[in-house]
Write a protein of this length. Structure first.
Ligand code: HEM
Length: 247
């Protein structure tokens, strides 16, 4: 595709690839090499697209299995939005929607784990770690640690109501990693996922088509391995308080 952009086979300029290809450092005039352009695009696709896609796929799956959580989601969306489109300004008023997204990412963290290399000798818990050792942090294990999470395998968004979360749970919810190399786009991704869930759940209910054998892809991201077929049903929006006043 880089070659096709260069030789004019692809003419569009309003896309990420074209922007990276035309980018130039204003001070030094440096332009990305083809390999750097490819690496940047791969980062956006892998880190920026697959992750949120995996988070959303599992969110729809979990909602289809938990009608009560889904009903509450619909009620919150009707109450706050009353049928109008959600915007970023609504997010603070949608605590249950946010909790659904956070809990889905706890149960099915989009990134399975991250690795670090110890710079110096250290001790982690009872384990001596030698400098140079690779240490993996498995989000999935941390998110299902029974010492921190009660009924860790159950999907229960109410854990993420602010008043219910205790300190250890806050620290043990790490879908975006932690520390210096934590996801640079966690705020954006949370906002994007919350708005997509709000916008779609406001209008539709998605039910898992029975008889599918769902498996989790065990690669860098942990989305569904293959298709996840859902039946889509339009839901009736009840007027929220703002609309009721107008009626
Ligand atoms: C639900 C969505 C997302 C999840 C769960 C997620 C998760 C993560 C995790 C676990 C890391 C590694 C942190 C570490 O090593 O400690 C990471 C890094 C990163 N993410 Fe995300 N991410 C998401 C969305 C995004 C989006 C939308 C973008 C860009 C548009 C993005 C860009 C990056 C980049 C550039 C890094 C590397 C940061 C660095 O090494 O300093 N991510 N992400």
């Amino acid at each position: 595709m880089i070659a096709d952009h260069r030789n004019g086979k692809i003419a569009g300029t309003d896309n990420l690839l074209a922007l990276l290809m035309s980018a130039e450092d204003p001070e030094t005039g440096y332009r990305y090499t083809d390999l750097e352009i490819r690496d940047e695009v791969m980062t956006f696709l892998g880190a920026g697209f697959e992750t949120t896609a995996a988070a959303l796929a599992w969110t729809w799956f979990l909602l289809s299995q938990h009608p009560q959580a889904r009903r509450r989601l619909g009620e919150e969306l009707d109450e706050v939005l009353g049928g109008r489109e959600p915007t970023a300004a609504d997010i603070d008023d949608l605590p249950w929607t946010q909790a659904v997204v956070a809990e889905a990412m706890r149960v099915f963290p989009p990134i399975m784990g991250v690795a670090r290399t110890a710079k110096a000798n250290d001790v982690l818990g009872d384990y001596p770690i030698k400098a140079g050792t690779s240490v993996a942090v498995l989000m999935h294990s941390v998110h299902h640690n029974r010492r921190v999470w009660e009924n860790a395998y159950d999907f229960d968004p109410s854990r993420f109501r602010k008043e219910n979360l205790d300190g250890p749970q806050r620290r043990a919810h790490i879908p975006f990693g932690a520390g210096k190399r934590m996801c640079i786009a966690s705020g954006f991704a949370n906002q994007e996922a919350t708005l997509i869930v709000a916008r779609l759940a406001q209008r539709y209910e998605l039910d898992l088509v029975p008889g599918q054998r769902l498996r989790r892809e065990l690669t860098f991201t942990g989305g569904p391995d293959g298709k996840m077929l859902m039946a889509v049903r339009r839901r009736a929006i009840s007027p929220g308080p703002a609309d009721r006043r107008r009626l």
